[in-house]
Write a protein that binds this ligand. Structure first.
Ligand code: UDP
Length: 218
């Protein structure tokens, strides 16, 4: 019996990360199967050439070890599923594309998904289940929490701290901080697409525009 690998989520995020997952196994010379898990499925289907099943069916698959990449953009769902996997003794699986760049002194916790053309420069610390979509970068000395999500082309410059569950929209640019005063994106904050963030963002708010300002709830 060989190990079984899965991409959890067969919507946009999951179907875009499956090829990244295949690259990961090819690099490791690992011939194991990768399946999709999606709870909307009532029976085993084939999606883009991979078997696809709901979580209950996945649990019943016999394999000595199971590894799962949670490929769902909503970070709160990623956290909920990560807890369930932990209870069921299933490991979080980190995947990265062949052409990413990772420099020195990088610490990334389990469950990360690094899409094609992602760059992470030196001395960066990243928490659980980080998603960095196409062409995003993380510059030196950043500290990123758990379940943080970068849409494509996020420009995260040096000395920025991003707290748990923050979501950074496509093409956002975040100004660099300094070692003694990092720019902080607070817990659960949302940075709108194309925003130019020039100062710290409080927890839980949404910022948009250039320079980015808090979007007041109506
Ligand atoms: N999903 C699931 N179990 C859950 C929550 C979500 O299988 O507990 C699946 C859901 O059926 C959907 C995908 O995860 O297919 C989430 O897709 P969404 O439309 O949110 O977009 P994406 O995260 O791919 O951008």
């Amino acid at each position: 019996m060989t190990k079984l690998y899965a991409i959890y989520g067969a919507a946009g995020c999951g179907r875009s990360l499956m090829p990244v997952a295949r690259q990961q196994l090819v690099r490791e010379e690992n011939a194991s199967e990768i399946v999709f898990i999606d709870d909307s499925l009532t029976e085993i289907n084939l999606i883009n050439g991979h078997r696809a099943m709901n979580y209950q069916v996945f649990l019943n698959e016999s394999a000595p070890e199971k590894y799962v990449q949670i490929a769902i953009a909503n970070s709160y769902i990623r956290e909920k599923i990560a807890k369930r996997l932990e209870m069921d003794g299933i490991r979080l699986w980190s995947i990265s594309a062949d052409n990413i760049i990772c420099m020195d002194g990088i610490e990334i916790a389990e469950g990360a998904a690094l899409s094609p053309f992602v760059s992470i420069t030196s001395n960066v610390k990243i928490g659980k289940c980080f998603h960095a979509n196409l062409y995003s970068y993380v510059e030196h000395d950043c500290v990123i929490g758990d379940f943080v999500t970068f849409a494509p082309s996020v420009k995260c410059n040096g000395n920025i701290h991003i707290e748990d569950h923050a979501y950074i929209g496509t093409g956002a640019v975040i100004k660099q901080g300094t070692p003694d005063k990092p720019l902080v994106i607070g817990k659960g904050a949302i940075v709108g697409m194309g925003a130019v963030v020039t100062k710290s963002v409080p927890p839980g708010v949404t910022v948009v525009g250039n320079p980015a300002r808090i979007l007041e709830k109506k």
